[in-house]
Ligand binder design. Structure first.
Ligand code: ATP
Length: 316
């Protein structure tokens, strides 16, 4: 969406981009590296729950961020930082610095991906910001160049730019696209609380203390086949997340939510990334909608029926 907004005498151009949240359909985590990060083998799936970022130019070099009233994924406003640590501010400043842009931008974020939920919402915000500001400022970076900037902001940012489905190795940012033609259908079930990703990784290291943990080098080929075939029955028993035990150790109610989801009819239920959002696999779109109705009175934010893969960050 490239619109024109009147602000007194001035006419400002606003550019809006959106980027999807993700589910890790398969997630293996290795031992901690010397830099504190972990090597992973991840099968990422971009799903149809989007963040939107509207970028409006400023005459000075300031970069501001605010949440719009249409945001549905904010439990407490203070969960969303409004200072320089916000990933959208960091993304805009990084792009400006690397391309020599001297003017600033006001960024309005519409959040639908649960904050600190394990679906990469902050990364999606950063990806949408890079795409919106690249268009606003006419900086002309390619998607690959934006991906290079994105990996400086966070391991999940390159995938939020790329979208679709992808195997992620390294810290998750060495992406190989997976060609999936048919969607699978899911319900994402946010929790009424957040989990800090670094704390979940530390809890995993503590649970594995004394064990010899191998560095993962690939995603189980059977999972890839089932996702490519869009075969939910084959996929259900193959979903895996090494972080699940750590997330549940920090939030035991998450374990109960997963068990209940399966007794409510989900084909399988996994922790999404570091949690605490749960990803429930459905047979098809109608089954996903039915699960949302059944889960309607759970505490926390509303459940959403989603499908994936969907496109990565794009202008709207
Ligand atoms: P991931 O799945 O990539 O580990 P997540 O989805 O669990 O991440 P996010 O919502 O991306 O978690 O953000 C985690 C923390 O980052 C928040 O608690 C918040 O303090 C900080 N943060 C910085 N920028 C943002 C942003 N734009 N949106 C949400 N949180 C942000």
């Amino acid at each position: 969406m490239i619109g024109r907004e009147s602000a007194g005498q001035a006419v400002a151009r606003t550019v809006t981009a959106r980027a999807p949240g993700k589910i890790n359909v398969y997630f293996r985590v290795g031992p901690p590296r010397e830099d504190g990060y972990h090597c992973v083998a991840s099968l990422y799936l971009a799903v149809s729950l989007y963040e939107e970022v509207a970028a409006t130019p400023r005459e000075d070099d300031g970069v501001t961020v605010r949440l719009t009233d249409e945001s549905t994924a904010v439990r407490e406003p203070e969960d969303f930082p409004l200072g320089p640590e916000n990933l959208v501010v960091r993304a805009a400043r990084l792009l400006a610095e690397r391309t020599g842009v001297g003017t600033g931008v006001d960024l309005a974020v519409t959040k639908h991906v649960p904050i600190a939920g394990g679906m990469g919402g902050g990364s999606a915000d950063a990806a949408a910001t890079l795409v919106a500001c690249n268009a606003l400022w006419g900086t002309g970076l390619t998607r690959d160049q934006l991906g290079q900037l994105g990996r400086e902001l966070g391991a999940d940012v390159p995938f939020a730019l790329a979208g679709g489905a992808a195997v992620g190795l390294g810290v998750g940012d060495e992406l190989s696209p997976v060609l999936v033609r048919q969607p699978t259908h899911w319900v994402v079930l946010p929790a009424s609380y957040g989990l800090s990703t670094p704390k979940v990784f530390s809890a995993l290291d503590a649970l594995r203390s004394g064990q010899d943990v191998p560095t993962p080098s690939e995603v189980d080929p059977e999972v890839l086949k089932a996702l490519i075939a869009a075969d939910p029955q084959a996929l259900a028993p193959l979903l895996h997340n090494d972080l699940a035990a750590a997330s549940v150790s920090l939030a035991p109610e998450l374990g109960e939510a997963l068990t209940e989801a399966v007794s409510d009819g989900a084909l399988a239920a996994i922790v999404s990334g570091s949690g605490p959002t749960a990803a429930l696999l459905a047979e098809d779109a109608a089954h996903a909608r039915q699960l949302v109705v059944q889960l309607g009175d759970e505490p926390g934010l509303a459940a959403h029926a989603v499908q994936g893969p969907v496109h990565g960050a794009e202008l709207i």
